[in-house]
Design a protein around this ligand. Structure first.
Ligand code: GLA
Length: 391
């Protein structure tokens, strides 16, 4: 009887869906991993290319390394039917069948929309159709929604004050949060509004499991590094179920050197960033596959403690970033932002270690044994030494 009363009380005290913070914390207990169509395919994405990505995610070993979501970005949207239901355009003849195919591979399917009337690429958005769209996504078997502000800016521009514009945006993100919850299907909710109005401070209150902290990445070192290194100071806003998102990966798209892509992947792992590959998985080289599937690097990104790393020091172009890990060890990235090789000196005392440390070079998969402090290392231009360090 006492147990029954306790159970009833516990149920009564459960937070209601509208007061719980994220869409569901266990939905994105670790930063989401997968693939997104935008960086490589842009408007060319279609049913066949999405199926090819799902196939390649399995055959390349990426699924077994932890990549799960196959996310269709903008340009899938067609017209609404007479009842206002969104339909996919001719590139996607049967979205439900596509979801079934992706699920049959042990993967999940993501989709994209906007709280505005139009998406960034001027396709149909969800404005005024939020409940209906969420229900359609759930009926198709969608597992992830990227909700991209774009078209809503038209409405926001008519607001009399910045506060009123902010409210329009927040209300619309809440509207889709509630619509997704109403479906009863677990759907990861990815906010995309480029980090405006310090989204990291309120992203969880509108149900975000992740939120973009920046404008769009592009496939060059200047943009990638500007975005990545600008994440300093945001660590305390991330954690299991709610992540900062510095945008999708460009690894394998051809605009950066292997060294620069290693910097990209290392920095994203320290940042506990979502790892959404943005290349064509079906044609990638073995080098790209190895970069994306390095288990030791992925283990840092997916670490169970879910503590985002941060910058410790910046001396000119040499930056040292550190991420505390669940087993008490630390991931340490020593980055050279200069295009030419430079020598760096790392003082492990400053990283909280009392004396000599044990280190593994994560990219080489090499146990470096005990290393003494200060540790001197020569770094390639735009390169990184990525270590896992323990006492
Ligand atoms: C915005 C987003 C991108 C992508 C495009 C699609 O620019 O930031 O990630 O989704 O829209 O139109």
């Amino acid at each position: 009887m006492v147990r029954l009363i306790c159970f009833v009380m516990a149920v009564l005290w459960l937070p209601s869906p509208s007061t719980a913070t994220a869409q569901k914390d266990d939905l994105a207990a670790r930063p989401p991993m997968g693939w997104n169509s935008w960086n490589h395919f842009r408007a060319k994405v279609d049913d066949a290319s999405v199926r090819a990505q799902a196939d390649a995610m399995v055959s390349s070993g990426m699924r077994d390394a932890g990549y799960t979501y196959i996310n269709i970005d903008d340009t899938w949207e067609g017209d609404r039917d007479a009842k206002g239901n969104i339909q996919a355009n001719s590139k996607f003849p049967d979205m439900k069948a596509l979801a079934d195919y992706v699920h049959s591979k042990g993967l999940k399917l993501g989709i994209y929309s906007s709280p505005g009337a139009k998406t960034c690429a001027k396709y149909e958005g969800s404005y005024g159709h939020e409940l209906q769209d969420a229900q359609t996504y759930a009926a198709w078997g969608i597992d992830y929604l990227k909700y991209d502000l774009c078209g809503l800016r038209t409405e926001m521009r008519t607001a009399p004050t910045p506060e009123a514009a902010h409210k329009i945006m927040v209300d619309m993100y809440i509207k889709m949060r509630d619509a997704l919850r109403n479906t009863g299907r677990p759907i990861v909710y990815s906010l995309c509004q480029y980090g405006d109005d310090a989204v990291w401070e309120w992203g969880t209150t509108v149900g975000g499991n992740l939120w973009r902290t920046t404008g769009d990445i592009s496939d060059n070192y200047a943009k990638m590094s500007e975005i990545g290194f600008r994440q300093a100071g945001l660590a305390r806003f991330a954690g299991p179920g709610h992540w900062n998102d510095p945008d999708m990966l460009e690894i394998g798209n051809g605009g950066m050197s292997a060294e620069e892509y290693r910097t990209h992947m290392s920095l994203w792992a320290i940042l506990a960033a979502p790892l959404l590959a943005g290349n064509d998985l079906s044609t990638m080289t073995p080098e790209t596959r190895d970069l994306l599937t390095n288990r030791a690097v992925i283990a840092v990104d997916q670490d169970a403690a879910g503590i985002q790393g941060d910058r410790l020091t910046a001396e000119g172009p040499i930056e040292v970033w550190m991420r505390p890990l669940a087993d008490g060890s630390k991931a340490v990235g020593i980055f050279n932002r200069h295009p030419s090789p430079l020598t760096a000196e790392v003082d492990f005392h400053k990283l909280g270690f009392a004396h000599g440390v044990k280190a593994t070079d994560l990219w080489l998969g090499k146990d470096l044994g005990s290393i003494t402090t200060p540790y001197t290392v020569k770094l390639p231009g735009h390169g990184v030494l990525f270590l896992r360090v323990s006492q």
